[in-house]
Write a protein that binds this ligand. Structure first.
Ligand code: AMP
Length: 172
């Protein structure tokens, strides 16, 4: 994982002043780093009977798809409003400035599913907390939460539901 870490690019003041953006495009473009991430994610969830991986738009689509493929699960996108073509469920959540919404297809998850929710970075946790509510409303057997990077200083775990297993590959 040290090799993967060495490939993460810090972009200062993106998308706004004061933010240090953890850019994973420099990880994903590196074959060895991408392969390491795929194997590490799979090692975490291979024996858990996972049937669906939910990736959060848009950077969560990359690791989420790789994880789903590695463990033989299906992939489900959680998207920004108005992007999904069929009947959707949605959840709105408070951001630092204003409100945001994510949507999933109403028939994406069923009562027999074991779900991993995946995003690239855990920051304040608002996005993942909303995604969790959405998936929970579809009553799956079990929900796990996973990130590639966790920014511990922002305390995002506090917004995530107690009792849910949360993993990250790299913590800052
Ligand atoms: P959160 O604050 O946890 O709701 O994060 C919102 C979204 O923004 C997540 O999907 C993260 O991928 C992304 N994000 C937030 N902060 C950063 C950061 N410092 N570097 C990279 N991505 C970030």
């Amino acid at each position: 994982m040290e090799y993967v870490k060495s490939k993460i690019r810090d972009v200062i003041d993106f998308p706004q002043k004061g933010i240090v953006f953890k850019d994973l495009t420099t990880v994903f473009k590196d074959p060895q780093a991408l392969n390491t991430i795929g194997k590490a994610l799979a090692d975490l969830y291979r024996d858990k009977g996972v049937t669906k991986v939910v990736g959060i738009e848009s950077r969560g689509f990359i690791g989420g798809s790789i994880l789903a493929h590695e463990i033989g699960a299906g992939f489900v996108p959680a998207r920004k409003p108005g992007k999904l073509p069929a009947d959707t469920v949605s959840c709105s959540y408070q951001k630092e400035y204003g409100v945001d919404t994510i949507e999933m297809h109403r028939d994406a998850i069923g009562p027999d599913d074991v779900v991993v929710l995946h995003d690239d970075v855990l920051a304040t946790g608002g996005t993942m907390a909303a995604a969790y509510e959405l998936v929970k409303s579809m009553n799956p057997q079990k929900i796990y939460i996973n990130f590639i990077i966790e920014l511990g200083a922002l305390g995002g775990r506090n917004l995530l539901p107690a009792g849910v297993e949360v993993t990250s590959l790299i913590a800052y």
